[in-house]
Design a protein around this ligand. Structure first.
Ligand code: SAM
Length: 223
C-alpha cells in the first residue's frame, strides 16, 4: 500500500496533481527512480480528524490490504474525503461509493468527474438490492455510516459483495448506537454480532485522540 509516512503524518500520492479535495495540505517530494532519474511527486496529507481511516492507520492498523488494482465498496461516502485518498491508493482499481444524501452525492459526482476510479451511487446502503446489478465482487467493503444498524448493514453488504478472501472495515461511533450505554459495552456487543454472522475480527483500533468513542474493526470471512 503506497502510503507515505513523514514527521508523524501520512499522505497519499495525488492522482490529480495541483487539485485539493477538501482543505488538505499538498506537499512535493523529490524522488529518484530505479534508473536514477529524478522526479517530483505531489502528496496529499491525509487528515486523521477528517478521515477515520487515516486515524486508524495512524493508530496502528496494520493488516489492511489495499492494492493499486483493488475494488472497493464504500458505504457512507459523503462528499468523498476518505474516498479520495482510497482513490489515490487504488489508481488502477475502482471504488463504488454509496451515499444516500443527494447534497453530498452531488459533490461526489463532481469528484468522480476528475477521478475515473470512483463510481458514485446515490442509494441507501440498507437496500443493496438497488445496486446489486451495478456492483461487482470487491476486495474491501468499507463502512462509515454512523447509524444505529451499521453493523447489520455492513454485514448484509459483505454477504453480497465481498470476495472470499476480501476484507471489511467498519468504523463504529458508539453514540450513533446508544447515547447512554458505555462505549466499551457497545463495541463488545457489535463485535459479538459480527462474529456470530461468520466473520472474524482481525484488528480492533480505537480512534482517539482523533475521534471520541469510535472504534474500527478490520474483519474477514471466518473459515
Ligand atoms: C460519518 S459520514 C461519512 C464520512 C466519510 N466516510 C468520509 O470519511 O469522508 C456518514 C455518511 O453516511 C451517510 N449515510 C448514512 N446512512 C446511510 C445509508 N443507509 N446509506 C447510504 N449512506 C448513508 C450519511 O449521509 C453521511 O454522509
Amino acid at each position: 500500500m503506497n502510503i507515505f509516512y513523514k514527521d508523524g503524518e501520512i499522505a497519499t500520492k495525488n492522482l490529480t496533481p495541483g487539485i485539493r479535495v477538501y482543505d488538505e495540505k499538498l506537499i512535493k517530494e523529490r524522488e529518484s527512480t530505479e534508473k536514477n532519474l529524478e522526479s517530483v511527486n505531489e502528496y496529499r496529507i491525509w487528515n486523521p480528524r477528517r478521515s477515520k481511516l487515516a486515524a486508524a492507520l495512524l493508530n496502528g492498523l496494520k493488516d489492511f490490504n489495499l492494492n493499486n488494482d483493488s475494488k472497493v465498496l464504500y458505504l457512507g461516502a459523503s462528499t468523498g474525503t476518505t474516498v479520495s485518498h482510497i482513490s489515490d491508493l487504488c489508481d488502477d482499481g475502482l471504488i463504488y461509493a454509496v451515499e444516500f444524501s443527494p447534497v453530498s452525492a452531488k459533490k461526489l459526482v463532481r469528484l468522480s468527474q476528475r477521478r475515473n476510479n470512483i463510481a458514485p451511487i446515490l442509494a441507501d446502503a440498507t437496500k443493496p438490492k438497488y445496486y446489486l446489478n451495478k456492483v461487482e465482487k470487491v476486495d474491501l467493503v468499507y463502512c462509515d455510516v454512523a447509524q444505529e444498524k451499521q453493523s447489520e448493514l455492513f454485514m448484509n453488504n459483505m454477504n453480497l459483495f465481498l470476495k472470499e478472501d476480501g476484507q471489511g472495515l467498519i468504523t463504529i461511533k458508539a453514540r450513533s448506537i446508544d447515547v447512554i450505554q458505555k462505549p466499551k459495552k457497545i463495541f463488545k456487543d457489535e463485535a459479538k454480532k459480527i462474529k456470530e454472522n461468520g466473520y472474524s475480527i482481525l484488528e480492533k483500533i480505537k480512534l482517539e485522540p482523533y475521534e471520541k468513542d469510535h472504534i474500527a474493526f478490520l474483519v474477514e470471512k471466518s473459515f
